[in-house]
Design a binder for this molecule. Structure first.
Ligand code: MCA
Ligand code: AMP
Length: 479
């Protein structure tokens, strides 16, 4: 039935998916997703309304069974961003749960309600390794998000490399509350357990209580972004049940941004369990990880995963040969885990590669054991907030469309909870009557997405500019 999900052949009564009270066994999932796959078979591309529901998981599996490329949509995406994604990816239908309310922008698409019961019909036999599986939108420094085209082989290669690094098996029960429109929550967090034949329990939305409850009730693994581990670390002191639940887990994995040492240490001190970090990207899926059987590595993202070649390239364009924990270079990777292209963006795809090496834009060092430590990013105009990648340029463009804004610059500032916080620097159109910070935040949330809204808004008489008129972002600092 599927090269990606062998466990769907087994018709087993093992639980595959659990979202709160609702669950599906492998037998039920094979039926529901198989039935939907027959309905959408032959479509050129479908969108998936990726709310944190059972239907989103079934819809994604169905599209993969049918060999139909699927574009996950953040249900909170604002008007401007949604219009861009739809115009760029041109899906012919949208998969959604029967009760989901869809915005008017989707009116032109055929709506297909995702079933949670059904009987599988005939499916395409073999699909090529390079045939597109998912198109995941990701922000760059300027302009609207680009669609990373992820082939089937990248999904398989990356998930199998994680099986190797983490000894991930069908016995594992993965717990998380990640959003389902990004690689972390959807590919690792839903397709990962299904490829292993194990179970995923999704919390609907992240909460400390939900994590404690599900880990105490049979969960073996936890996935989260650093903000989630930070919130767990904050709660540990007064919460013996949480401490016990984390202590009992087989594997705690953090990714999407760097987990501060302080949080690593607090969790380890309270539970005796280390948090394992892995490093990935929408375009590359997973590149490195601390191994379950490897040396502990707080502050490190571990070694390259099986099948991933990694090099560091210095300012001079030459590969860094030192394994000294000091010499910094840009991380470049190659392997079957990579995307094939940015949809409709051949120039952007070309610049992203040096031959078959993908330039990640992340700066790192390597120690004598080959462990990688990420030390920064090439582009200052990319902000990681709560594990979401956010481009300064897209927010500036949205702010400039607000009538109360004459000039806008966006920067990231350190934030104890979110890692980085989006900060907007504004020159008001009318200095006597500037718009409020809340109004500008709501404007960005409505145009782009709530997680892209500025958390701090500062008003200036003028933005600092150099002789060429370019905004000097480095001169923008807390007044
Ligand atoms: C607030 N809200 C608003 C506004 N203000 N809505 C509209 N307009 C406004 N002005 C709403 C939000 O929608 C949300 O609603 C609620 O207020 C709280 O929003 P926010 O403050 O953003 O949430 P948070 O609680 O601070 O979120 C923290 C979080 C979240 C849960 C950690 O940042 C998160 O889920 N991060 C995960 C990101 C991720 O998965 N990244 C993976 C990409 P409501 O309360 O109803 O929700 S990276 C990746 O995939 C690579 C491959 C990798 O390496 O993993
Ligand atoms: P995205 O484009 O949203 O998939 O985010 C990918 C980026 O997240 C990478 O290029 C890194 O900058 C960052 N990232 C992911 N995992 C880690 C990690 N464990 N430590 C530091 N940065 C990370």
């Amino acid at each position: 039935m599927s090269d990606l999900f062998p466990a769907l052949h087994t018709a087993s009564d093992r639980t595959a998916l659990r979202f709160g009270e609702r669950a599906l066994t492998y037998r039920q999932l094979a039926g529901a997703a198989g039935a939907l796959a027959v309905r959408i078979g032959g479509a050129s591309r479908v969108a998936l309304w990726a709310a944190p529901t059972l239907e989103t998981a079934v819809g994604a599996v169905a599209a993969l069974l049918a060999g139909v490329p699927v574009v996950p949509l953040n249900p909170r995406t604002g008007e401007r961003e949604l219009a861009h994604i739809l115009a760029d990816s041109r899906p012919v239908a949208v998969l959604a749960a029967p009760g989901d309310e869809l915005p008017a922008a989707l009116d032109g698409l055929q709506r297909v309600d995702v079933p949670v019961t059904g009987t599988a019909g005939p499916l395409p036999a073999a699909l090529g390794p390079l045939s597109p599986a998912l198109i995941v939108y990701t922000s760059g420094t300027t302009g609207p998000p680009k669609g990373a085209v992820l082939p089937r082989r990248a999904v398989a290669a990356s998930l199998d490399a994680l099986e190797d690094a983490w000894a991930w098996t069908a016995d594992d029960v993965l717990v998380h509350g990640l959003p389902l429109f990004h690689v972390h929550g959807l590919i690792l967090g839903v397709l990962g357990p299904l490829r292993r034949g194990g179970e995923v329990r999704h919390l609907g939305r992240f909460s400390v209580e939900g994590v404690a409850r599900e880990l105490a009730d049979g969960g073996t693994m936890l996935f989260g972004v650093p903000t989630m581990y930070h919130r767990l670390a904050e709660a540990l002191d007064g919460d013996p049940e949480l401490r016990e639940a984390l202590t009992g887990a087989r594997l705690l994995v953090s990714g999407s941004a760097a987990l501060p040492l302080h949080d690593h240490r607090r969790i380890e001190a309270a539970t005796g369990r280390r948090v394992i970090e892995r490093y990935g990207m929408t375009e590359t899926l997973m590149n490195t990880s601390v191994r379950v059987d490897g040396p502990p590595g707080a502050g490190s993202v571990g070694t390259p995963l099986r099948g991933v070649e990694l090099r560091l390239v210095g300012e001079d364009g030459a590969a860094v040969t030192a394994y000294d924990g000091e010499t910094i270079g840009e991380v470049q990777v190659r392997g079957e885990n990579l995307f094939t292209e940015y949809l409709n963006r051949p120039e952007a795809t070309a610049v992203a590669f040096d031959g078959d090496w993908f330039r990640t834009g992340d700066m790192a060092v390597r120690d004598a054991e080959g462990s990688v430590r990420i030390v920064g990013r090439r582009a200052t105009d990319l902000i990681k907030s709560g594990g979401y990648k956010i481009g300064a340029g897209e927010i500036e463009n949205a702010l400039l469309e607000h009538p109360g804004v004459r000039e806008a610059a966006v920067t990231g500032e350190p934030d104890p909870d979110l890692g980085e916080r989006v900060v907007a620097w504004i020159v008001a159109a009318d200095a006597q009557a500037p718009p409020s910070g809340d109004e500008l935040a709501a404007h960005v949330a409505a145009q782009l997405a709530p997680h892209k809204r500025p958390r701090t808004v500062r008003f200036l008489d003028a933005l600092p500019r150099n002789d060429m008129g370019k905004i000097m972002k480095r001169a923008l600092a807390v007044p």
